[in-house]
Design a binder for this molecule. Structure first.
Ligand code: FDA
Length: 393
C-alpha cells in the first residue's frame, strides 16, 4: 500500500457488522470504498455471536431498548433501517432463520451465513477489503491520511467502525475512542456491559445452579434466567441488568421467586404442612440454593414449621424476594458482550452519524454511546447506524 495511492471516496475502518454494512451501502451509491481491518478475517464477533447462530436482530428494536445519554439519538437511524429491512436482506440471501423468543431472530444454520451476506453485499457494491492492516492514526489535511502498519491511505471521508473494548482477544481496540478524542469529540465513560457480575462472597458450591429471577435496579426489571458462577452470577437476567449498574445508583435487587408473594406463599405452606421442616418453605427454588439460604437464615431451626415465628418467615421471604447481593464488580471486558458508553452522541448527527466537529468523519456501531439490550439489538444498531452513515458518506 503506497502513500501515493489516489484518495478513496470513503475509507471504512473496521470490517465488523457496522463497517461492512456501511461499505455496502456507500459502494452501492457509487463511492469508491476501501475497508481496512487488522484481523485476519472479517466479522469475527458475528461468527461467534448467538452461540454460533447469530441473533441478527430483534423485531421490536425501538429506541427504548437501548441505553444512551441521549435516549432519542438512535431513533432516526433505527427508523430509516429497520429490523424488517435487515430481515429482507437475510431472505434475499436465502438464509433460513427462526424466532427464538418473540421478535428475537437467529440463523437456523451458521452465523457465517451473515458474514458471507455482508461480504457479498460489499463486494457487489464494489468495495475493496484489506485484512491484516492495522490503522494506527488518522491525520486530517485536504483529505484524511490513514496511518497504517502497511503505509498511508488517503480518503475523502472516513467511517470509524472499529467497535468498542469488549473481548480484546477478538480484536477489540480503543482506536475509535482514541480517534474521537483526538478530533475533539467527547466520550461517555466506557464500561463493560451485558457482563457477568462478581460477588464479594461468591458461593462456588452453587456454581451451575440456574433459576428464573426478576432482576431489578430502580425501575428497570428483567425477568429471565440467572445462573450462579464460580465468582458470582450470570445468565440473561444478570447480563441485561448489568448494563444499568452505576456506582451511585440504586442497588441490584433479585427476586428468586418472581411472580408471587414469597411471604404469602411461605405462610400458606406453614399452614398447610405444619409438621414439615423449614426446607419446605423453599421448595419453589432449586434445592442446593434453598439449602444454602435456610442454612444462612435459619441455622438454629430444626423444629416443625408450626413453631417457626411469622417474623422469621417474613425475614426469610425478604431474603428470597429482595436479595441485594454484595457485588464486587464485573468479569470485565474479557467476558462482556459489549461496551457501554463511547463516543458522545452530542458530537454526532443522528441523521448521518457524521461528526459535528470534523466534516467527513463518521462513527458507527458499538464505538458510539448507544448500547442495546441482549437479544439482537446491538447488531440492529450496527446495521442501522452503518446504513445511515453509508448513505451520508
Ligand atoms: P465489531 O467489534 O464487530 O467490529 C470492529 C472491527 O474493527 C473488528 O473487526 C476489529 O478487528 C476492527 N478493528 C479494531 N481496531 C482496529 C484497528 N486499529 N485497525 C483496524 N481494524 C481494527 N449482538 C447481537 O445483536 N446479537 C448477538 O447474538 C450477539 N452475540 C454476541 C456474542 C459475543 C460473544 C460478543 C462478544 C458480542 C455479541 N454481540 C451480539 C454484540 C455484537 O457482536 C457487537 O455489538 C457488534 O459486533 C458491534 O459491531 P461493530 O461493527 O461496531 O464492531
Amino acid at each position: 500500500m503506497a502513500g501515493t495511492e489516489r484518495p478513496w471516496d470513503v475509507a471504512v475502518l473496521g470490517a465488523g457488522a457496522a463497517g461492512l454494512m456501511a461499505a455496502a451501502v456507500a459502494g452501492r451509491r457509487g463511492a469508491s470504498v476501501l475497508v481496512l481491518d487488522h484481523a485476519a478475517e472479517a466479522g469475527r464477533k458475528i461468527l461467534i455471536s448467538g452461540g454460533g447462530r447469530c441473533n441478527f436482530t430483534h423485531l421490536d428494536a425501538g429506541p427504548e431498548r437501548f441505553l444512551s445519554r441521549n435516549p432519542h439519538f438512535a431513533r432516526s437511524a433505527l427508523a430509516r433501517y429497520t429490523p424488517r429491512d435487515f430481515l429482507a436482506l437475510v431472505e434475499k440471501h436465502r438464509i433460513a432463520w427462526h424466532e427464538k423468543t418473540p421478535g428475537q431472530l437467529f440463523c437456523d444454520e451458521s452465523a457465517r451465513r451473515i458474514v458471507t451476506l455482508l461480504l457479498d453485499e460489499a463486494q457487489a457494491a464494489g468495495a475493496a477489503l484489506r485484512l491484516r492492516v492495522r490503522v494506527n492514526d488518522i491525520e486530517k489535511g485536504e483529505a484524511f491520511r490513514l496511518v497504517t502498519d502497511h503505509g498511508d491511505v488517503l480518503a475523502r471521508r472516513v467511517i470509524l467502525a472499529t467497535g468498542g473494548l469488549a473481548v480484546p482477544k477478538l480484536g477489540a481496540t480503543d482506536f475509535a475512542l482514541r480517534m474521537a478524542q483526538r478530533f475533539g469529540m467527547r466520550l461517555v465513560p466506557p464500561a463493560p456491559a451485558l457482563v457477568p457480575l462478581t460477588l464479594t462472597s461468591p458461593a462456588p458450591d452453587l456454581a451451575g445452579v440456574a433459576l428464573p429471577v426478576a432482576a431489578r435496579i430502580g425501575k428497570t426489571v428483567f425477568s429471565d434466567a440467572m445462573v450462579f458462577t464460580h465468582r458470582g452470577i450470570s445468565g440473561p437476567a444478570i447480563l441485561q441488568i448489568s448494563s444499568y449498574r452505576s456506582g451511585d445508583g440504586p442497588p441490584l435487587e433479585l427476586d428468586l421467586l418472581p411472580g408471587m408473594s414469597a411471604e404469602a406463599e411461605m405462610r400458606r405452606i406453614k399452614q398447610a404442612r405444619p409438621r414439615a421442616g423449614a426446607a419446605a418453605l423453599l421448595e419453589g427454588i432449586p434445592q442446593r440454593l434453598g439449602r444454602a439460604i435456610t442454612a444462612e437464615m435459619l441455622p438454629d431451626f430444626t423444629d416443625h414449621l408450626a413453631n417457626l415465628p411469622d417474623r422469621r418467615i417474613a425475614a426469610l421471604a425478604r431474603r428470597v424476594s429482595a436479595w441485594s447481593p454484595d457485588i464486587s464488580g464485573t468479569e470485565g471486558y474479557a467476558k462482556a458482550e459489549v461496551m457501554r458508553g463511547g463516543i458522545d452522541t452530542r458530537d454526532l448527527s443522528s441523521q448521518t452519524m457524521e461528526s459535528r466537529l470534523v466534516p467527513g468523519l463518521y462513527a458507527i456501531g458499538e464505538a458510539v454511546d448507544v448500547t442495546g439490550w441482549l437479544g439482537g439489538y446491538n447488531f440492529q444498531w450496527a446495521w442501522s447506524s452503518g446504513y445511515v452513515a453509508g448513505i451520508g458518506a
